[in-house]
Design a protein around this ligand. Sequence first.
Ligand code: NIG
Ligand code: FE
Length: 426
Amino acid sequence: MKSADLAVLGCEQLATCRGSIPKRKGALQDVGVIEKGCIASHQGKIVFIGDEKNFKEEVRLEESGVRIDGKGLVGLPGFVDPHTHLPFAGTREQEFVLRLEGYTYQQLAEKGLGIQTTVNATRQASKKELLSLCLSRLDRMILYGTTTVEGKSGYGLNFDDEIKQLEALREADRLHSIDIISTFMGAHEVPQEYKSKKNDYIDLLINQVLPEVKEKNLAEFFDVFCEEGVYSIEETKKLARAAKDAGLKIKIHADEFSPLGGAQLAAEEGASSADHLINITEEGIRKLAQSQTAATLLPAVSFFLMLDKKAPVRKLIEEGAIVALATDFNPGSSMTESMLFVLQLAVFTLNMSIEEAINASTANAAYSLARHQDVGSLEVGKKLDLVLYEVPNYPTIVYHLGINPIKHVIKNGKLAVKDGKILKRN
Ligand code: NIG
Ligand code: FE
């Protein structure tokens, strides 16, 4: 008999997303459904998953243990959101209104708005203010099913404010049950004061900020906005190599607005992921598909910027790329904390199947953060990060739009959200 301190019994369905991870091609079609499924954990780790009969034979729920009735509920692994710009200050609804009046995202950037607006606000905010903003956003994330999230700096764009953003993330990770994985993205833009001397800024990042990030162990990943007018392929390569030498893993904002070749570079440099890919080339698709680098798609960006062009997900999957999904939560191009919404957008706007979208936002998303041994699927030995939806079957999670069907969220074997309300932050 196995001891358990939490058990969920008789779920209508458990979509486990188990199997060999990362998932490519046809494997993305399988979400490993268990009908009338039961799941149990001990000290945060899954000790049992299966049907009711085996549960009774194999598991003993401790007297003080938590028992949840799964009747009328469907369980999925907690979402892993592998791309967010979480620690920002200020919002940009005024610029959104300008976009509605006809300005494009890039025209706003050329006017000195866009990312720069958020840089100004973030520089002015104290670490405490950033922390408080992060915590409120994490609350919204967990209410919409996210249990692990990546967060990037990149709105400080100088030594002190980049470090401040990363320290706010570290503190948020300590105070909130959602696990945060940090990325140093000093190369998100070229700050105003360095526009005419970009190389000096690159040197500052490599020789001053990066060593401090490393010394204080403030980030696991390094990210660059590889884009026309921002960082070129050569500059991205230089930055990425310096970060790798410092022991960080790489992510690249690649081929978002122009087909610069960021996807190929990500594959060649052994990046953990290439993200965006709205304008990826045929060559980029092939290179990514043959690599271990995840193709992280952000359908909320095309939607939010009202772009006709979308990332070519069917081609990516056909060729064998490791497709993951993320929010890209940020105030300019994707003002949403909700992975539930992203899951729905992936199906409605990218032409992904429901199963592909679920695997991409759980198992493959965990892979893109090198966390697939711990989270992203419901398997014995992994953390019990489980979201229980009040729906009759898993397709309804995508089908029923504009509402939040999430009833309970279990993070690390503990009830974090009960009856749609946060029980406690940590
Ligand atoms: O991932 N592409 C660059 N950065 C963000 C947008 C940041 C902003 O507009 O503030 C993105 O879309
Ligand atoms: Fe981004």
